[in-house]
Design a protein around this ligand. Structure first.
Ligand code: GLN
Length: 310
């Protein structure tokens, strides 16, 4: 499929999604997110040759929320390598993204890095040897490098809004701390975590930031991770990136993806495309209703499922 055909397809997918009856509702437990219009949808597709296709509200910045854990995991693996896995599982949770139940059964070890407990533990890991300010700075610099865009920033209002409403994440953090799976104070860890989540990117910037996963760990300006590591991060996205909807999403779209509660999804077709879609209305799993629909339509029309093209 050439760029012009893909451009038309992306516009069609957006139009079909906008016409969909049920877009779901925007997250309201983080007050700053509740204001988003659930029906807006934007999409951007970055390709290995550097071309970019986009449609809808592709240039509206949104906070990464849990998508940030893909980048936090990449940094963490760069920091301590596979030793990281002593502190994280690699299995789908089958429970809600913010659930605490498995933490008790599994000794304070998050089932995977992509549920909230995992993302909080990643912030803790990336704090060593930094102060929170430095850890946040490192994270933003990494995103700017990946997206090749110095304008990426943290929305302090969103970070503050989440911190003020973080009872549940605080509970997860204290629980892990009680099991000895945090190395820093709960306040420092949560403060870092909410700033990761409040990194603001639009669809084009996010699609560009995902290119290293599309290209076996490489970027046009250098290698980010080994091919093996890129493959493994994608495997985790496929099995855990959409929380307890990961199985159904693999069934529908068949590509690795990671969602966030602001309605963003980063999806990767290895060797072919890095896709960012965003629509704030959520389904019951906390994934974007129209975002999931858009990725299903797109992969069906392009044959991009990793399980086969027909
Ligand atoms: N910052 C959000 C939270 O902690 C992230 C959750 C998500 O994106 N699913 O609840």
């Amino acid at each position: 499929m050439d760029c012009a055909e893909l451009e038309k397809l992306a516009a069609d997918v957006v139009a079909q999604c906008v016409a969909d009856a049920d877009a779901g509702v925007a997250a309201s437990y983080i007050p700053e997110l509740a204001r988003a219009d659930p029906r807006t949808i934007g999409i951007a597709i970055a390709m290995p040759d550097g071309s970019m296709v986009s449609a809808g509200a592709f240039d509206t910045p949104f906070s990464l929320q849990s998508i940030s854990s893909v980048f936090a995991l990449t940094l963490g693996l760069g920091r301590i390598g596979d030793q990281l896995w002593a502190r994280f599982g690699r299995e789908p949770s089958g429970t809600a993204y913010n659930s605490i139940v498995q933490l008790e059964r599994e000794g304070g070890i998050p089932r995977n890095p992509f549920i909230n407990a995992g993302a909080i533990a990643l912030a803790d890991l990336n704090l060593s040897p930094h102060q929170p300010k430095e850890a946040i700075g490192e994270f933003i610099r990494f995103l700017r490098f990946l997206a090749d865009d110095l304008s990426i920033f943290v929305d302090q209002n969103i970070a503050r809004s989440e911190l003020a409403a973080s009872g549940r994440n605080r509970a997860l953090a204290y629980f892990m701390d009680a099991f000895g799976n945090l190395r820093h104070g709960v306040d420092e860890v949560l403060g870092t975590y909410v700033h990761y989540c409040a990194a603001m990117l639009d669809c084009c910037q996010l699609a560009r930031a995902g290119r290293f996963l599309m290209c076996g760990g490489r970027m046009p300006n250098g290698r980010v991770v080994s091919e093996r590591r890129a493959r493994r991060i994608l495997a985790l996205m496929l099995t855990c990136g959409m929380y307890d909807e990961s199985g159904d999403f693999a069934f529908r779209a068949g590509i690795p993806a990671k969602s966030g509660i602001s309605g963003g999804i980063l999806a990767v077709v290895p060797g072919v495309a890095s896709i960012a879609v965003r629509s704030p209305g959520l389904n019951g799993y906390g994934n974007s209703t129209l975002g999931v629909r858009a990725l299903q339509l797109l992969t069906e029309q392009t044959g991009w499922s990793i399980f086969g093209s027909r």
